[in-house]
Ligand binder design. Structure first.
Ligand SMILES: *Cc1c(COP(=O)(O)O)cnc(C)c1O
Length: 352
């Protein structure tokens, strides 16, 4: 068999390591577990999984539309936001088209683009932050798609509201701007973009959110896009039927109502952020200020070695070599107990 040329350029996805018995701070999952209301709903609907889910995901889209002050026509639900990225590429990228993003960001944008024969064009981060001016300069007549990640994975940094406003004004209306806000729920900066406010003026904007992080439902695979009805209908055209499963839909709806869990998750993250940044300073390590639920830390030696040593201390983190940062690690902000175990393991790793 002869595999398509374009697929030969796709590097395999490198997931966070799951090591039995170790604390996993490698994939930015919620340290509190799943939303309790979601778990309760899952138990209630388990007797219905012989039925196909609602292909239109209408109840979830209605709930999300209400949350964001929009219409269900503005929402596309997907099998994680990973599916939304693929749908964006499926809908707009022809073989040979250009897809623009940053050098140091989430790898799935390139996967989605290359799956459909798109070619990546990348701008370096500027002081660890998405450089929207540089990205805008890369956009040309062959460009169909731009991927922004805000806050950015793996750095945790963000670009402000005005930067997004300026960027959108510069981009031709036939180029889709995908703004991945998987971690926006955690952002505390006053000038973090209210990206939804740009939807009416920019029908070429697609904002992505997910239930995988704050709501603790990564294993159920539910994410969504927020966009103009036109873009939403284009994306739905490319969608595999029933890609969002029945337990996922039910759990996501319940999680949306779980305000107590959301509040608690944000509080744990805020506390962990304070404690971890103080520890990094004590250890003399430089790190990016984060608006997310993880830190990107420069460990000043091979990230793989540090990964291995931290693992010996019972914790997994993410070595960032695959993101091009040979001497940095990404660590999820965990519970207080998890954070302390991580710091102890890190300190030991650095002392050796
Ligand atoms: C975790 C993450 C997501 C979420 O992906 P899902 O497919 O919804 O689980 C999206 N974008 C980025 C940058 C992430 O880190």
């Amino acid at each position: 068999m002869r595999i398509r040329e374009t697929l030969k350029n796709i590097p395999p996805y490198v997931p966070g390591k799951l090591v039995p018995g170790a604390i996993k701070l490698a994939s930015n999952e919620n340290p509190l577990g799943p939303s309790p209301l979601a778990m309760q709903r899952l138990a209630e609907i388990s007797g219905q999984v012989h039925l196909y889910p609602d292909n239109g995901c209408l109840l979830l889209r209605e709930a999300l539309a209400q949350k964001h002050g929009l219409e269900p026509e503005n929402i596309v639900a997907g099998n994680g936001s990973d599916e939304i990225m693929c749908l964006a590429a499926a809908a707009y990228v022809n073989p040979g088209d250009i897809v623009v993003t940053a050098e140091t960001t989430f790898s799935n944008y390139a996967f989605a683009a290359q799956l459909f024969g798109g070619r990546m064009r990348r701008a370096p981060l500027r002081d660890g932050v998405f450089d929207l001016d540089a990205l805008a300069r890369l956009v040309d007549g062959k460009t169909r798609l731009v991927f922004l990640c805000n806050p950015n994975n793996p750095t945790g940094t963000y670009f402000p509201h005005t930067a997004l406003a300026d960027f959108l004004a510069k981009i031709p209306p036939e180029v889709l701007v995908v703004c991945d806000e998987a971690y926006a729920d955690y952002a505390e900066a006053q000038d973090f973009p209210s990206s939804l406010s740009f939807l009416s003026a920019f029908p070429n904007l697609l904002i992505m959110r997910t239930f995988s992080k704050l709501y603790g439902l990564a294993g159920l695979r539910v994410g969504y896009g927020i966009c103009s009805p036109e873009v939403a209908s284009h994306l739905r055209t490319a969608k595999v039927s029933f890609s969002v499963n029945l337990p996922g839909l039910a759990a996501a709806q319940a999680a949306l109502e779980d305000t107590e869990f959301v509040k608690k998750s944000l509080a744990v993250n805020r506390e962990g952020k304070k404690e971890l940044s103080a520890e990094f300073e004590r250890l003399g390590l430089s790190y990016y200020p984060t608006q997310a639920n993880f830190f990107c830390v420069n460990v000043k030696r091979s990230c793989h070695e540090v990964f291995q040593k931290i693992l010996e201390g019972g914790v997994t983190i993410r070595p960032l070599a695959s993101f091009g940062l040979e001497e940095s690690i990404r660590v999820t902000i965990g519970s207080q107990e998890q954070n302390r175990k991580f710091i102890a393991a890190l300190e030991k790793a650095l002392a050796e």
